[in-house]
Design a protein around this ligand. Structure first.
Ligand code: ZN
Length: 303
């Protein structure tokens, strides 16, 4: 029965999306965490973002972090950039995989960077060209793909039209961000099937926040639709910038725990990922929301 894929690729985003939404932590702790994650067997790690330190002080030491970590040759590391300046920093730091962001919601995009979605798409065309010219790949993340905190529901047709543009600009991969945890299985089905109708060939990655507890359900339905790439954050690090106190990205060890039980290979050692989650919890100094971190895997017996 191949209801589900045999293998799923997880990108660990705790060091970036997670820590960006936590109180700032020391550089040495970030290095320890990224190295612990590299040892878990995870295939990809979003390590840093090159943003203006005034905008996001949590990422001010990106160069130092990246320069200090012991890198695992089998792990693909990536960086997120907001603009040409950030892209140049990522290239100078020799990143070969770079992510750029645009918001599907015009209001969200304007509030973030004071540009319309359309204007940002023009900027992205130039960014993709710049990255490709330097031999790097360009992934475009479409934020608020499943809902916007200012506009509410986002039309899947609008998301698909943005995919048309970024594919025309040469994006190597498209990610769909549930920036504020508004995705539900119904909305995931609508967006994924709408995009797949037009772009069956484009590598697609889904990024869920567990703000309202629907992240694993969203992943399950995405698997049924044939999606095999997901972001997750160790321990469920992070939060939601629009909902104070909300939980962060879906926890990596919870995703791995579910997938392995379904017979889906991730390459990740679950126990090592739980250890990394414990380290993440220690570093941020607060209890993280992961049930698998708290209770251990279902196969762990009492005795
Ligand atoms: Zn996110």
């Amino acid at each position: 029965m191949d209801r589900w894929p045999a293998r799923v690729s997880i990108r660990e985003v705790g060091p970036r999306d997670g820590l960006q939404n936590e109180q700032p932590v020391p550089t040495a702790d970030k290095v320890r965490l990224i190295e612990a994650l590299g040892a878990t067997g995870v295939g990809r790690i979003e390590a840093v973002s090159f943003v203006h330190p005034k905008a996001i002080p949590q990422m001010a030491d990106a160069d130092e972090v990246w320069g200090s970590i012991k890198r695992f040759p089998e792990v693909r590391y990536s960086a997120l950039v907001p603009n040409v300046r950030g892209a140049q920093r990522a290239l100078d730091a020799r990143f070969t995989e770079v992510e750029v962001v645009v918001s599907a919601s015009d209001t969200h995009n304007r509030r973030n960077i004071n540009r319309s979605t359309d204007e940002s798409l023009d900027d992205i065309a130039a960014l993709v060209e710049m990255l490709h010219g330097a031999g790097a790949t360009a992934e475009v993340i479409i934020a608020t793909s499943f809902g916007c905190p200012y506009e509410g529901d986002v039309d899947p047709g609008r998301v698909a039209a943005i995919v048309d543009r970024v594919v025309a600009h040469g994006a190597d991969r498209v990610a769909f961000g549930d920036t504020t945890g508004m995705a539900t299985p119904t909305r995931v089905r609508d967006v994924v099937s709408r995009v797949r109708e037009r772009h069956s060939e484009v590598p697609m990655l889904l990024h869920f926040h567990n703000t309202r507890g629907t992240a694993l359900a969203n992943i399950l339905i995405a698997l049924e639709l044939g999606v095999t790439e997901f972001d997750a954050s160790v321990g469920g690090l992070g939060g939601c910038p629009y909902a104070p106190g909300a939980t962060g990205n879906v926890a990596t060890e919870e995703v791995v725990h579910m997938l392995h039980d379904m017979g889906i290979d991730t390459g990740i050692d679950l126990e090592k990922m739980i250890d990394a989650a414990r380290l993440a919890q220690e570093i941020v100094g607060r209890e993280l929301p992961s049930g698998v971190l708290r209770a251990g895997p279902r196969t762990r017996l009492v005795g």
